[in-house]
Design a protein around this ligand. Structure first.
Ligand code: KG4
Ligand code: ZN
Length: 340
């Protein structure tokens, strides 16, 4: 394709209102994120109704800032990309309706994007030469997947969680040990002062049957451990609990993801989603990958968390395949990976 394709992308699936301008799926001209974390922190988690209202307040300014920072106007934009699922329905609706309004008013094509595909695409922005096939471990607050990327927008789900998502387990355990929301970064930080071998929490593996994950067991065993210690009136060493829990989660993520690479014979794995920021996951995956000649990739922090640049990247690869959405596009809170 000779002409550059500029996508204005919008993301509002959870508690970040975000907009970005991305060229040809890889070059980020702007990536604006208005986070609501401070508001939800008080409640110990995301309050969906509050999230929707905050998105409404923020979205116009965030989109304008994305255009301004990219030094473009709507006339320069080739298509409008937007996350339409999975996520919180009220939150998604704000972005979807806004994008539809813009597409209608400007007569530009609309491209609905799956949020998880967006997370995967963050690696395509980070690594300009990255081309499929590659494996991707998607670990976020709502999802845990091992995905075999055959081509852009064409993949096979090799494993998923059967209960809690990895990030969800981090958040729940963090709350139980009094660290607050969002738990993942807090567990990551405090674990650095703890002994990861202090407590043996179980790693759920469905031996030889599937690469699927289960994190509710390890979460429950942390809760049982805390109760037992309380009943015995013994002091809980929070850094040790955090580090031991983190090790149990990370080791199963790494083992299964590298096993998926061996099964498919691929030599590179990308990590995506909020939990991809986790320092223990990054270092363990890199070390274990090296031993097996598997290259481990992860995006910079700003591209791990929810952002619109990743949506602009995924939208580009949809757009060049002619996959555009009708103006009847709706938010689909439980949109499956690969569903269109
Ligand atoms: O991808 P994301 O920003 O939103 C969703 O799509 O869910 O992921 C948020 C999740 C939260 O559960 C948060 O606790 C977790 O990512 N997270 C981390 C870290 N940073 C964020 N988990 C572990 N270690 C981190 N450093
Ligand atoms: Zn996300």
């Amino acid at each position: 394709m000779d002409k550059d394709i500029k996508i204005l992308a919008i993301e509002s699936s959870c508690d970040e209102t975000a907009a970005a301008v991305v060229v040809n799926g890889r070059e980020v001209l702007s990536n604006i994120i208005a986070s609501q974390i401070d508001i939800h922190e008080k409640f110990g988690g995301v309050v969906p109704e509050v999230a929707s209202r905050k998105h409404i307040e923020a979205i116009s300014a965030v989109v304008q800032e994305a255009l301004d920072e990219a030094r473009v106007t709507l006339d320069d934009i080739d298509a409008i990309g937007v996350t339409y699922g999975p996520g919180l329905v009220g939150a998604l609706l704000v972005g979807v309706q806004y994008a539809k309004g813009l597409a209608y008013a400007t007569k530009k094509p609309l491209v609905g994007v799956n949020h998880i595909e967006g997370h995967i695409s963050a690696n395509v922005i980070q690594y300009k030469e990255l081309e499929p096939p590659f494996m991707c471990l998607v670990v976020s607050g709502g999802h845990t997947f091992i995905v075999y990327m055959k081509d852009h927008g064409d993949f096979e789900v090799m494993a998923q969680t059967r209960d809690d998502a990895a990030g969800e387990a981090f958040d729940k355990v963090a709350r139980a040990i009094g660290l607050g929301y969002p738990g993942g970064p807090k567990i990551d930080k405090i674990s650095k002062q703890g002994n990861a071998d202090a407590i043996k929490f179980p790693k759920a593996k469905f031996h030889d049957v599937t690469l699927d994950f289960s994190f509710s067991g390890v979460k429950s065993s942390v809760l049982n451990y805390l109760n037992k210690m309380k009943m015995k009136n013994e002091t809980i060493c929070v850094p040790d609990v955090a580090a031991s829990f983190q090790k149990a989660v990370v080791s199963v993520l790494v083992e299964n993801a590298l096993e998926a690479c061996r099964i498919k014979g691929v030599d590179k794995i990308a990590i995506a989603g909020g939990v991809a920021s986790n320092s223990c996951l990054r270092s363990t995956m890199t070390e274990e990958g090296q031993k097996q000649d598997i290259k481990v990739l992860f995006p910079e922090m700003i591209l791990c968390t929810d952002n619109a640049a990743m949506i602009g990247s995924a939208a580009y690869f949809e757009f060049i395949k002619g996959r555009v959405s009708p103006l009847t596009l709706n938010a689909i809170p439980n949109l499956k990976l690969g569903e269109r």
